[in-house]
Design a protein. Structure first.
Length: 391
């Protein structure tokens, strides 16, 4: 790569991130980026408007530490709540063990900077296909990604024995998304325990739970039910293992993707190290206020989860006869459209005004996988009709 000023050689190996497609025009449907089809809580919108009108956000000053402290306390309560009350808890989450960043991406960036060094020849192990940013950040830091392939014939489960065998004395990070993007499957707690124990003392296990609110049976899709948003999370393991951390986000279930608010629950020993490396004031005043308001609106959260679970079941039932549909615990479905190619189906759907994700850009995905975000009932019905038309 010829540049007016030399850049780091590792940059040449990095591909630009390809966001989900966007189809313009009246009636266009974007189901390519796994966004919340209901949008944010009305309470979030109200808080933002009220704060702007009375200048509570104080846009001329840096974010206040107090607002972050309050948000961390609210997150700890949310993660620890086992029921719809604020008093019964199964998991004791220390607010001091929570770090906040500009989306999961921002938190990941800091984590990689902490553990990956080009000088030491550090490595990271990544089961693929998965979120491409893991690989990108490791390469930017000068580290070496090592890949193992998920078992396609077993709904993309991770071959645990191969994963552990891929680790060595230079392995500093292991990235596991659960539910995984783009495949939608979760890793078993027993596998995570075995993994963390096998690499203790050398390697940090990073569990990315961006989509975990949507995990659970589709039968639990009643918006009025007492949804246990923590039951499928592995966040409790942070209290047991000093080499494990869990990432979460406000982008998906809470509908705040445009505000970029993510967080992680990390071991106590790592907190001061993280704070040394993290960019100061990475989450703005608006994001801190919005996230706190989103946590208070449990009704909207239940509704968002309900829409996804019922829509996921609808799409699965209606598309299974057309293509291979993989089981999903996320707010999207993965289809294998073979013998067609993924780009052919995506291009054909664009003619219907529908944008979905061509997964050929995911390492290890091949050229026949398509990811479809779960939308509203009307959007899902249009997707099914269009795919039936495509055949």
């Amino acid at each position: 790569m010829d540049t007016p000023v030399p850049v780091r050689s590792s940059i040449e190996e990095i591909a630009e991130y390809k966001p989900g497609r966007l189809v313009e025009g009246a009636g266009a449907i974007k189901l390519s980026s796994n966004e919340n089809p209901l949008g944010p809580s009305p309470e979030v919108v109200r808080v933002i408007i009220d704060s702007l009108e009375v200048d509570r956000l104080k846009l001329s000053i840096y974010p206040r530490k107090r607002d972050e402290v309050e948000l961390r306390a609210a997150i700890a309560g949310y993660l620890g709540a086992s029921t719809d009350t604020d008093t019964d808890t199964d998991i004791d989450i220390d607010p001091e063990s929570i770090v906040i960043g500009a989306g999961i991406d921002g938190v990941l960036d800091t984590i990689v900077k902490i553990f990956i060094s080009a000088v030491n020849g550090d490595e990271a192990v990544i089961p693929v296909p998965t979120f491409s940013l893991y690989e990108t950040l490791v390469k930017i830091a000068g580290g070496t990604p090592r890949y193992i392939t998920r078992r396609r014939d077993a709904d993309f489960d991770i071959p645990l024995t191969k994963l552990i065998a891929a680790c060595n004395e230079k392995t500093r990070l292991i990235f596991i998304a659960s539910p995984n993007n783009p495949t939608g499957n979760c890793i078993a707690e027993s596998d995570v325990r075995a993994l963390a124990e096998s690499v203790a003392g050398t390697t940090m296990v990073v569990i990315d739970e961006a989509y975990v609110e949507f995990a659970g049976a589709d039968a639990d899709a009643d918006a009025s039910s007492n949804v246990n948003v923590s039951s499928t999370s592995l966040v409790n393991l942070v209290n047991e293992y000093e080499n494990l951390l869990v990432l979460r986000t406000f982008s998906k279930a809470f509908g705040l993707a445009g505000l970029r608010i993510g967080y992680a629950v990390i071991p106590e020993w790592l907190v001061s190290v993280y704070n040394k490396v993290a960019i100061p004031f990475s989450v703005n005043n608006l994001g801190l206020k919005a996230a706190a308001a989103a946590l208070k609106d449990k009704v909207h959260l239940r509704r968002s989860i309900s829409v996804v679970k019922s829509g996921r079941a609808f799409l699965t039932q209606n598309l299974r006869g057309l293509f291979t549909v993989y089981p999903s615990q996320a707010n999207f479905l993965l289809l294998d459209v073979a013998p067609k190619r993924s780009y052919e189906v995506c291009d054909a759907l664009e003619e219907y005004g529908i944008a979905v994700r061509d997964c050929s850009s995911f390492r290890g995905a091949g050229d026949s996988l398509v990811r479809i975000s779960v939308g509203t009932r009307e959007q899902n019905a249009k997707v099914v009709a269009a795919l039936k038309g495509i055949g």
